[in-house]
Design a protein around this ligand. Structure first.
Ligand code: LLP
Length: 439
């Protein structure tokens, strides 16, 4: 079993209370307060090792972690230590990985509207690849690189026209997408680059077909299109592109109803598919980049909450309210995402009941989990929500002017804070009261 096929971190154990990384979650909740993101270092390192092992027999593989799933300095250090490069999409992500000491040649800069200052920073830091998304960006990148006396190594992001079965908002590879060049536009951009944009060096193609993908066949289709394009573009334009970035997307298990493929199945599919398509077109296997985000960090992460008020609607549902919700995990309200949870403190001798976990935010839609069976949750209990490592902290907000939670890293019975809880001072730090209002 791969870690992305588990709902809980691999170190999760129950001995009265619930433990992760050898740490009693009830104690940790008391020590650091709630809501609290907790990352299990062992689960994180193990899945990196799974990826590495799976791809070790493919010589030219670059594994780049999609920082957007969860970007923090400590997480970056662990992933770099495990041999990963990074996919970044902003100045903030670029700066974080740079300051964490990452070899910037292992970084790819993605995004469909990179700003000038983002491009400048990325060039200054020496990011390895820019995935160029559109005509405008190619021009801007060429101009800035020229002014800085640099050459930008680029991949051209294409929209391969692949429909995969995932939530509408996290699909990206279909034809009508805001990302990338339509296949019919590639000749034009290559002609432009060759004739005018002398500061760009085309290394290959990039695409990303979506996220939380369970159907590996979508990757075979993607690889088929990418290799075919690579070959025909090389021929038509006398290029020697030999890099393909196939994006991220491998799914994870949020509930018992989810059955994602393993990292091994994913890897074998990619390798076999590349091999057979390359044989078909009679080319040497290209350098492959993968950009997993969710499958790396999701299962390693849990969120701890304290249960506060409860409400029994007469003849209706029982609501259990936690001290967090849509601002620390917007996925249920954005994508109808479903999560699994347990009470972390000792619940022996309690009968199960079906409850709805409501968030604390002023919005009726702030429901974290609907109709979940738990041992009679009570005020003061610690709730542990599983598989929250990806796209929770990174998509969190300060809605209702609530401080963002802290994040703790657990391993071998040791816990360390890796992101501090925001303070009230942090919340007003950027506020300005103009003089004329001070009178
Ligand atoms: N590469 C590119 C170019 C991407 O756009 C993404 C994700 C990834 C890699 C990583 O994909 P992953 O392995 O994590 O599936 N906020 C949504 C997910 C949005 C994903 C956006 N792009 C969610 O919470 O489900």
């Amino acid at each position: 079993m791969s870690i992305n096929q588990e709902i809980k971190p691999i170190t999760a154990k129950r001995d009265g209370n619930l433990y992760i990384g050898g740490c009693d979650l009830t104690e940790i909740a008391k020590k650091y307060g709630t809501p609290l993101y907790v990352i299990d270092e062992q689960s994180l390192r193990e899945i990196c090792k799974e990826y590495k092992k799976t791809f070790e027999d493919y010589k030219n593989i670059h594994m780049t972690y999609a920082s957007k799933a969860l970007c923090s300095s400590a997480i970056t250090k662990i992933l770099f230590d495990e041999g990963f490069g990074f996919d970044v999409v902003s100045e903030g992500e670029t700066y974080t990985v740079y300051k964490a000491g990452v070899d910037m040649s292992k970084v790819t800069f993605n995004g469909n509207n990179k700003s000038k200052s983002e491009i400048e920073l990325a060039l200054k830091c020496g990011v390895g690849r820019f995935s160029v998304d559109n005509f405008y960006e190619a021009k801007v990148l060429n101009d800035i690189a020229g002014k800085m006396g640099k050459e930008a190594n680029i991949l051209l992001r294409i929209t391969p026209g692949i429909e995969c079965h995932t939530h509408e908002y996290i699909k990206t590879g279909q034809i009508d997408s805001k990302f990338g060049f339509d296949l019919s536009q590639i000749d034009e951009i290559i002609d432009l680059i060759k004739s005018k944009y002398k500061n760009l060096s085309i290394k290959g193609l990039h695409s990303h077909i979506g996220s939380q993908i369970f159907e590996l066949k979508s990757y075979c289709d993607e690889i088929d299109i990418l290799v075919k394009e690579l070959v025909s573009l090389n021929n038509r334009h006398c290029l020697s592109m030999n890099e393909l970035n196939i994006g991220g997307g491998l799914g994870v298990k949020y509930t018992d109803n989810d059955n994602p493929p393993s990292v091994q199945e994913f890897g074998e599919t990619i390798k076999n598919s590349v091999k057979s398509v390359c044989e078909k077109y009679n080319i040497n296997p290209p350098i492959i980049y993968i950009e997993p985000g969710r499958s790396i960090i999701s299962t390693a992460g849990v969120t701890l909450y304290t249960i506060g008020s409860t409400k029994q609607v007469p003849n209706g549902r029982k609501y259990i309210t936690i001290d967090g919700g849509m601002a620390d995990n917007p996925r249920p309200s954005m994508y109808n995402a479903i999560y699994s949870a347990e009470i972390a403190n000792n619940t022996d001798n309690r009968n199960n009941e079906v409850v709805t976990i409501a968030g604390r935010y002023c919005e009726s839609g702030d429901i974290l989990i609907e109709n979940i069976e738990l041992p009679a949750p009570q005020s003061g209990d610690t709730l542990c929500v599983y598989c929250t490592g990806a796209y929770n902290y990174s998509m969190s907000s300060n809605y209702n002017r609530v401080q963002k939670p802290a994040m703790a890293l657990v391993n071998n019975s040791q816990s360390d804070i890796i992101v501090n809880r925001e303070s009230l001072e942090d919340l007003i730090r950027l506020d300005v009261i103009p003089d004329r209002l001070r009178r």
